[in-house]
Design a protein around this ligand. Structure first.
Ligand SMILES: NC(=O)c1ccc[n+]([C@@H]2O[C@H](COP(=O)([O-])OP(=O)(O)OC[C@H]3O[C@@H](n4cnc5c(N)ncnc54)[C@H](OP(=O)(O)O)[C@@H]3O)[C@@H](O)[C@H]2O)c1
Length: 272
C-alpha cells in the first residue's frame, strides 16, 4: 500500500467528535509518547483506556486529564504487555467499560540494546518480548475484538526509524522495530477486505526517558509535538509515516541504501 494512503471511511481530516466519543486503548501510557498521546487525544474528545506497569503514574494521568476535561471517560489498568493473557483481558475490559474500543495503540517499549558480543542476551530478550511480542499480543487481541464488535477498528503500532535499518548500538531494538513494521504489513494485507485500518508510526527522536542517555539525537522534537503529529496521523488513518514526517521521510529510505561504513560511524565505543 502506498505510503500515506488513507483507508478511512471518514472524510480526510474528519475527527472523531460527535454524539458518541470514540474509545482508544493505549499500552505504555505511563510515560513519554503514550502519556502525551493520551493527553492529546483527550483534548480531541476521545475516551481512553490507559495501561502500563506503573499504575500510580496512570492514576496521576487520569487525574490530570479529568482536571481539564471532566467529561472524558478515562479508565486505567496495570498491564505488562509480556503477559498475553493479561493483554487480552485488558482489551476485553476496555470494551466492557467503554462500550466498545475503536482504536488500539501498541506503544509500550524499551530501548538500550547495548553492544553485540557483550552478553546482553537477557536485555535482547526483554526488548523483543516487550516491543515485538507485546505489540503482536496487543494487535492480535485488538483485531479479534474488532471482528466481534462488528468489524470496524484501527490498530496503531509504534515502530521506529531504527526499524528501517539495523543501527549500530541498537541491534535488538532495531530488530524489534523491524519486526513491528513487518508484522503490521502482514496484518494490513490480511485485513484489506475488512474495515480495519492499520497504521505504523515510525518516530525519529522524540524527547522521552527512553532516549535521554543517547549522546546524539538528531532532529529531536519535544514529546507534545510528537504526540500532536502522531494523533494527526492516527486520525488520517495513514498506513505508514515517520514522526516528524520531514526530514525522516527523506532520511529513512536513504538509511536503507547507506553504506555500512557510513552507518558504522555512529557505533558506540567499545570499553577498553
Ligand atoms: N522516544 C523516541 O524517540 C522513540 C523513537 C522511536 C520509537 N519510540 C517508541 O515509542 C514507544 C514509547 O516510547 P517512549 O519514547 O515514550 O519511552 P518511555 O517514556 O520510556 O515510555 C515507555 C512506555 O512503555 C511502557 N512499558 C515498558 N515496558 C512495558 C511492559 N513490559 N509492559 C507494559 N508497558 C511497558 C512504560 O510503562 P511502565 O514502565 O509503567 O510499564 C512506558 O509507559 C516505544 O515503543 C518506543 O520504542 C520512541
Amino acid at each position: 500500500m502506498p505510503r500515506g494512503r488513507r483507508v478511512s471511511h471518514l472524510p480526510a481530516g474528519a475527527r472523531y467528535r460527535g454524539a458518541v466519543s470514540k474509545a482508544v486503548f493505549i499500552t505504555g501510557a505511563s510515560s513519554g509518547i503514550g502519556r502525551a498521546l493520551a493527553l492529546e487525544l483527550a483534548r480531541r474528545g476521545y475516551d481512553l483506556f490507559l495501561t502500563a506497569r506503573r499504575v500510580d503514574a496512570l492514576e496521576g494521568l487520569r487525574t490530570e486529564i479529568n482536571a481539564g476535561q471532566p467529561e472524558r471517560r478515562v479508565h486505567v489498568r496495570q498491564l505488562d504487555v509480556r503477559d498475553d493473557a493479561a493483554v487480552t483481558a485488558a482489551i476485553e475490559q476496555a470494551a466492557s467499560e467503554l462500550g466498545r474500543v475503536d482504536i488500539v495503540v501498541a506503544n509500550a517499549g524499551v530501548g538500550n540494546s547495548g553492544r553485540v558480543g557483550e552478553g546482553g542476551v537477557d536485555r535482547a530478550r526483554l526488548i523483543i518480548d516487550t516491543n515485538l511480542t507485546g505489540a503482536i499480543a496487543t494487535i492480535d487481541a485488538a483485531v479479534a475484538l474488532f471482528r466481534r464488535q462488528g468489524g470496524e477498528g484501527q490498530v496503531v503500532g509504534i515502530g521506529s526509524v531504527a526499524g528501517v535499518r539495523g543501527l549500530p548500538g541498537s541491534s535488538s531494538y532495531s530488530a524489534s522495530k523491524a519486526g513491528v513494521r513487518a508484522y503490521l504489513e502482514s496484518v494490513r494485507a490480511e485485513t484489506l477486505d475488512e474495515p480495519i485500518a492499520v497504521t505504523t508510526i515510525a518516530p525519529g527522536y522524540i524527547d522521552t526517558p527512553l532516549n535521554q542517555d543517547v549522546r546524539s539525537r538528531p532532529f529531536l522534537i519535544d514529546v507534545e509535538k510528537g504526540a500532536r503529529i502522531t494523533a494527526d496521523l492516527i486520525e488520517r488513518r495513514v498506513a505508514y509515516a515517520t514522526v516528524p514526517r520531514f526530514p525522516w521521510n527523506v532520511i529513512a529510505p536513504l538509511l536503507r541504501v547507506m553504506p555500512t561504513s557510513l552507518l558504522a560511524r555512529r557505533a558506540p565505543q567499545r570499553d577498553s
